[in-house]
Design a protein around this ligand. Sequence first.
Ligand code: NAD
Length: 484
Amino acid sequence: MQTTEALIRNVVQEVLAQMNQGGVASGNGRATSARSFRGRHGIFQCVDQAVAAAREAFEQLSERTIEDRKRIIDHIRRISIDQCVELGTMEMNETKIGRLEHKIEKLKTLGERTPGVEFMRSEVFSGDHGLAVIEHAPFGVLGAITPVTHSLPTITGNAVSMIASGNTLVVNPHPSGRKVAAEGVRRFNEAIERDLGIDNLICVIEEPTLETANAIFSHRNIALICVTGGPAVARAALNSGKRAIVAGPGNPPVVVDETADLDRAAAAIIRGASYDNNLLCIAEKEVFVVDEVFDAMLHAMTRAGAVRLNAKEVDALTSQAITSVGEGKHKHDVPAKELLGQDAAVLAQAIGKRVSADTLLLFGETDETNPFVPVEQMMPFLPFVRCRDVDEAIEKAKHYEHGFRHTAIIHSNNVRNMTKMGRAMDTTLFVKNGPCMSSLGLGGEGYLSFSIATPTGEGVTTPLTFTRERRCSLIDDLRILGRP
Ligand code: NAD
């Protein structure tokens, strides 16, 4: 539902847009041409207007060089990096989940590392009958749905990748991260317009609702949607009838076998699971440890700085941190909003335990029936489950990953066990002997994106993810190899 204020703003914008269509001077004093949304800097109430503005921007972008695309992206990168403290703080204050230092770091990292125009390439087939060149063309205007866990970071990553391949985008952010989304988009567009004269390459719905999301899903001028979020939106996108790239939920399990370097494993698990208070979709969510090293592993966790809860404390936290929603066969457990993304010290306080404010992670022994095991908890508590051997640990990891095929992690020095788990899990990301984020090139090899397309299979998205193939064939000529 839109607020009254939003509805009034919507009507005013509608009237202004109609005036603009008649070629009237806009609010900023600049005469606008027919249909021009220039000067709006990507901020819209109405999906139709946002799509029209993004279409206009797409047509202008299509006239520009690859070098111009790079210059556009450089503005997005520069703002994400130079203004990461201000924008990260804004995101933290608005969403009230996660950790400030990581909100800041995420913006900086995405600005620095999201794949840009350098990822674009063409393929060539050269043979007796000449040449076929396959190029990767933009779709046009793309729709993006972004999560509260990384509101502006996801938009930053999507914008860089989508514009690198020549597209423009309309974003429906999560309502609880809408202000920072709009502010970031406004800053990006303003800088781009000032330098290159194109506005609205990234458009955002200022008061996003399920209705505006659905309007994007069904809009005839949106060529493709990229959805980053949990099970409900993933389902909605897959049922939308539109081509969808779905970066869906995960519940990444960790296996620790008897050959693992336990201190290294503990440090990696704490780093991954506590990052932004466990909000990452790739973050370690439950740990299966073989009996032979189970007690030693828990000691290693304590040595590395995590705080262990006893059985009574785990029960108390479980009853506060996990709740259920839905009725009948749709009833299921979910993380409680009050504790989702909160600091470990806040979780401890909720059960009357005092831990130092800089504690990164709580953990405890549970059995697999504890709801922390199946639920994507997104809070810095990790359940550790004792398993007979590595086969049982892998079997349970597979079961509790729920077939999302998202992320799985093993700590082991036995390549057979690594191979066995990799084959069994069949996940998009499979990490060995590192924290989850090393799979995105942060302490490991590879590249970064915050939209990891899991059910639809595109994997870690890049500019090429948002393209359509076009083939150009020249018959019998221009193969320059061989005799005349
Ligand atoms: P969420 O599913 O509550 O919301 C995500 C977005 O979808 C929001 O913009 C929300 O408004 C919208 N939405 C929700 N239900 C919808 C529906 N029925 N129709 C249309 N839009 C709808 O998720 P969240 O709490 O914002 O983010 C956390 C979730 O996102 C976790 O499940 C996490 O694993 C997942 N995630 C996945 C990736 C990935 O790359 N695979 C990245 C980040 C987050």
